[in-house]
Design a protein around this ligand. Structure first.
Ligand code: FMN
Length: 248
């Protein structure tokens, strides 16, 4: 990696040439040290919290609500960003980030193009797994369950709240299909801009919410010496949530 002096904030101030040179030598040494650090050496001790199976909420939705509100209160950037894993009917997995837009006792909702790669996976294999990772809280939450489309009315309600450009984007982008060039996407966007000029933009039929209806949750709190706390909730035969502690 190459740096010019002016890119290094420390050198932007008024300093003698000698001071600058010493600083620069340290800076180069430091960046080279970072570059030499192997991934195997990157490790953190987790010390921020603990999780006890006797203290957690009996209902995993309530436990999620507690942790999610703490993530928001901690002002984490994109606390509602989550990875969604799906699989084709042959079992080929695929994962991507999306934004959680709603959650309640029915499940966890995000919005997407139903004809995208994930949409196709879900139409042939309606199962998904969600993962939240909140690094500064040393926490992750895993949620797995079946997937259903929310009603077009619910999707429309959310669609209306999106900025106009995002609404047009939902019409213009055939999400996950191959584009010959970026210009083709921009032309499609421009066409939508003209088509819907001075009109209320309707909900695209291929766009809407997907709800993950969980049958499994796992709350993970990082602990020292890799002895992490893992509290899992699984539905039993009587449809009640059973709480277990898992080995880290
Ligand atoms: C932080 C973040 C949030 C995202 N949120 C969404 C989302 O809510 N819905 C969506 O369809 N794609 C979202 N994307 C884009 C997806 O990661 C992905 O590129 C897209 O949905 C196509 O995925 P697919 O080809 O696997 O269907 C987001 C990406 C990032 C990095």
């Amino acid at each position: 990696m190459l740096y010019t002096e002016s890119e290094i904030p420390h050198f932007a101030g008024v300093r003698s040439e000698k001071e600058n040179n010493i600083g620069l030598i340290f800076f180069i040494y430091y960046t080279q040290m970072i570059e030499k650090t192997s991934l195997a050496d990157l490790r953190t001790e987790f010390k921020k919290g603990s999780l006890d199976e006797h203290d957690v909420k009996k209902d995993p939705f309530e436990q999620f609500d507690v942790w999610f509100k703490q993530a928001v209160a901690a002002q984490l950037p994109e606390a509602n960003a989550m990875a969604v894993a799906t699989a084709s009917k042959e079992g080929r997995p695929s994962v991507r980030m999306v934004l959680l837009k709603n959650y309640d006792e029915k499940g966890f909702v995000f919005f997407t193009n139903y004809e995208s790669a994930k949409g196709k996976n879900i139409s042939e294999n309606p199962m998904a797994s969600l993962l939240f990772f909140w690094e500064s809280l040393e926490r992750q939450i895993r949620i797995t369950g079946s997937v259903e489309k929310i009603s077009p009315l619910e999707s429309l309600e959310y669609f209306r709240t999106r900025p106009v450009d995002s609404q047009l984007g939902a019409w213009a982008s055939h999400q996950s299909s191959i584009l010959t060039a970026r210009s083709a996407l921009e032309a499609a966007f421009k066409k939508m801009l003209e088509d819907f000029k001075n009109k209320q933009i309707p909900l695209p039929p291929h766009w809407g919410g997907l709800r993950i209806v969980p049958d499994e949750f796992e709350f993970w709190q990082g602990r020292e010496s890799r002895l992490h706390d893992r509290i899992a909730y699984k539905k039993d035969h009587a449809n009640n949530w059973k709480i277990v502690r898992l080995s880290p």
